[in-house]
Ligand binder design. Structure first.
Ligand code: GDP
Length: 616
């Protein structure tokens, strides 16, 4: 026989085989180019947006990215790098236009023509130790000299006010203390030019004084020291100054550059001096802004007013805000319907450093949110929508919480990481013991922080906390209910449940050392709810149950859960449908279940069957 009949002729073989993962196929399909092959874009684009824009089928884009090892879906947003790569692949010149840079206005650094800049009032925050007189000073300043002023309305608490002083203005944030200040800073907003550090002359520098100094420094604000309670016989301003030097806050008279003023909020003595000093400092700082632009600023506080809807105090940091302006805050926009000063005066316009209470926003913003005004509704709407989209993308992509496997990889890559853990247990004792032992596992590379250790079921709010702080939840002797499991899945939060403390510690220790390996995990295969309980001679207690999910099998591992607490772990002993013994009962059917060596079954209990599988 001719041998050749059994093999393929040389000429039959394809000359060069194309790998399935080879991106550039020979004889690549050309698509008709739009816009002469130049692609301009300015906004984030999804796969399908790009497909339409450059006239390339969605599948071709997905296929190309897949070949690059990137799995994308139709609605997934593309980053600039991907867009660039795809344009090149499909023969386009591309350019990202910075048309509406405004959508990232937090990062926007506005550059004003120096000739347009005008002096603006200083923004002042009063800080200091509790009881040293912050509130008293804020109030006393507000009321000095009001007699000379025409009352425009009833003064209101809007979180800040403006003091007229010697023909100038001073903006005073009137929520004392660093809570508000830190909250703002945590959100990236820094509104304060000058911190007035209040120190009681009879008490000296105290722990919160030092904290306030740290906050002021971190924010890059200037410090003026008000030595308060000078009316008291025990007042000792020199001691205060010496204490301050120890904190490297060196008063002028000691050779430093920190201005100090001796005051008494009680008698009002020295307050004029304090105001003069603030003006002096402000002048030295050359604080300026451009009133001839649309306003940019920060939300100082906000709430929902029953009658008027969302109400917010905005601090205008640059530009001028006018009634009727369209404003974007966070991801929403609105029209300034009404604007009121802290004196209750209705304003048509407000310039730099003015705090105003506004009505007309569509949602309640958060303190620390930045805002920006736009000339037209269309622009404001576009920017707000782009920001909302970006936020959703970030939430989808960015906030999925840390998993143990991630941590393990991070450790192995040599980076330093915090591991945040939330502990929920059936008793407070075990929660505390877990917390103490977990924290001891911190290493040079991984700092373990137990954010919460409490007795009680795993709740939605635990999942939210975990999601917000990228934490892992450990449940000890607990099973989260379906609702919580769904929520965790949605938020990308890892919930790990154990019945032995040692196993939790061992697992975390391995992850901390970078030795955590994919391992056996349990998979729930079925859940049944006990609807009634009855006894059968020779058989024992039977759980008359309804299979809610999956299936229940004889001999399978199972646990009995009562009010989220695991009360038994063992095996399914027997199953019956009507009078017949069966091996398996599926979802939607009723059955009688007996458990191996366990009789204490109650109505409402859940029987959960599980198997151990290798973790993905
Ligand atoms: P804050 O906690 O720093 O806001 O302090 P407060 O303003 O609430 O003042 C704390 C206490 O100190 C109150 O009882 C005030 O009346 C009192 N206080 C404030 N300033 C003075 C002052 O200049 N002299 C005297 N004698 N007492 C003052």
């Amino acid at each position: 026989m001719d041998k050749k009949r059994y093999g393929r002729k040389k000429s039959d073989r394809p000359k060069q085989r194309q790998s399935n993962f080879e991106p550039r196929q020979q004889g690549k399909k050309e698509y008709a180019k739009v816009n002469g092959g130049v692609f301009l874009y300015s906004k984030p684009l999804s796969v399908s947006d790009l497909s339409t824009a450059i006239n390339v089928p969605i599948n071709a884009i997905i296929k190309y990215l897949f070949a690059q090892g990137k799995m994308v879906t139709i609605n997934q947003m593309l980053d600039d790098e991907m867009i660039g790569e795809l344009c090149l692949e499909f023969g386009y010149d591309f350019k990202k236009e910075k048309v509406v840079d405004a959508e990232h206005f937090e990062e926007l650094v506005v550059e004003d023509d120096p000739s347009l800049l005008e002096e603006r009032p200083a923004v002042v925050t009063v800080m200091g130790h509790v009881d040293h007189g912050k509130t008293s000073i804020i109030d006393a300043i507000r009321h000095t000299n009001v007699a000379g002023k025409e009352a425009g309305g009833i003064s209101q608490a809007i979180g800040a006010y403006q003091k007229d002083w010697k023909g100038k203005k001073i903006t005073i944030i009137d929520t004392p203390g660093h809570a508000a200040f830190t909250q703002m800073r945590a959100r990236g907003a820094s509104v304060t030019d000058i911190v007035v550090l209040v120190v009681a002359a009879d008490d000296g520098v105290m722990p919160q004084t030092i904290e306030a100094i740290d906050h002021a420094r971190a924010a890059g604000s200037e410090i003026i020291v008000a030595i308060n309670k000078m009316d008291l016989p025990g007042a000792n301003p020199n001691r205060v100054k010496n204490d301050l030097v120890a904190q490297e806050v060196v008063p002028e008279e000691f050779g430093g550059d920190v201005l100090t003023v001796e005051v008494s909020a009680k008698t009002g003595k020295g307050l004029d001096d304090l105001l003069d000093t603030i003006l002096l400092k402000a002048e030295m700082m050359e604080l300026k802004a451009n009133p001839a632009r649309y306003a940019i600023g920060t939300v100082l506080e906000a709430n929902l007013d029953k009658g008027e809807g969302p109400k917010a105090t905005l601090l205008i940091q640059n530009g001028t805000l006018s009634q009727g302006d369209f404003v974007v805050v966070g991801t929403t926009f609105g029209k300034i319907r009404r604007m009121v000063s802290a004196d209750g005066e209705v304003l048509k316009t407000a310039g730099p450093s003015t705090p105003v209470s506004v009505i007309g926003l569509s949602e309640v913003p958060q303190a620390g949110d930045r805002f920006m005004a736009f000339p037209t509704e269309k622009e404001a709407k576009e920017v707000a929508e782009a920001r909302a989209l970006k936020k959703r993308e970030e939430e989808r992509g960015g906030t999925s919480a840390l998993t143990l496997a991630d941590l393990n990889n991070i450790v192995n890559s040599g980076k330093i990481q915090d591991l945040n853990i939330i502990v929920k247990a059936d008793t407070q004792g075990s929660a505390e013991s877990l917390k103490a032992n977990l924290e001891k596992l911190s290493s040079d590379q991984v700092r373990i922080r137990v954010l919460e250790a409490r007795a009680g079921a795993i709740s939605d709010s635990d999942v939210l906390l975990a999601s917000a702080s990228k934490a892992i939840i450990y449940g000890f002797n607990l099973r989260p209910d379906q609702h919580v499991q769904d929520k965790a899945k949605e938020e990308g939060v890892e919930i790990r449940t154990y019945r032995i403390i040692y196993e939790i510690l061992e697992e975390v220790e391995r992850a901390v050392k970078g030795m955590y390996k994919a391992e056996m995990v349990e998979r729930i295969v079925g859940t049944a709810e006990v609807r009634h309980r009855y006894k059968i001679t020779d058989v024992g207690v039977v759980a008359g149950s309804y299979v809610l999910d999956g299936s229940i099998k004889v001999g399978e591992k199972c646990r009995l859960i009562r009010d989220q607490v695991v009360v038994y772990e063992g095996k399914v002993n027997s199953l019956a449908r009507f009078k017949d013994r069966v091996n398996e009962v599926k979802k939607g059917y009723e059955c009688g279940i007996t458990l191996h060596n366990y009789q204490d079954i109650k109505e409402g209990d859940l029987i959960e069957c599980f198997e151990m599988v290798e973790k993905e």
